[in-house]
Write a protein that binds this ligand. Sequence first.
Ligand SMILES: [Zn+2]
Length: 141
Amino acid sequence: MVKLPEELEYERLLDRLYEKLPEEAKKPMRFEMPRAAVEIHGKTTLIRNAAQIAQIFRRDLNHFFKYITREMGTTGSIEGSAIRLKGRFGPATIQRKVEQYAKDYVLCPVCGKPDTHFIELRGVRMLKCEACGAVSPIPEL
Ligand SMILES: [Zn+2]
């Protein structure tokens, strides 16, 4: 279909408006991914800042604990603000799981923002975004 001159003019106008947007409005907000502080003690692995990671994600430490033990296929315990896992796991492995946790349970899959919380919808736990309002499914835990 051939475009009318008015349509082309309208498109050009939109392009010009977009160019005038400040750079900040165009790029998505960057989320500072927390770094896991991992120490191997004998046959156990300590995530020293587990409570801090949960706090940054605004999630319950018990939820993060359940996730990390299941993902690593091990057991462990919460010791103050740390998580101790049975077995030896490297920092890179733990960090990958922290990032996977963020993707699965924290970051909104629609807008990418971390301002989210859990809601129950007909008995199913879902992720509700406070920034864009989207409600998204999350993996069962
Ligand atoms: Zn969102």
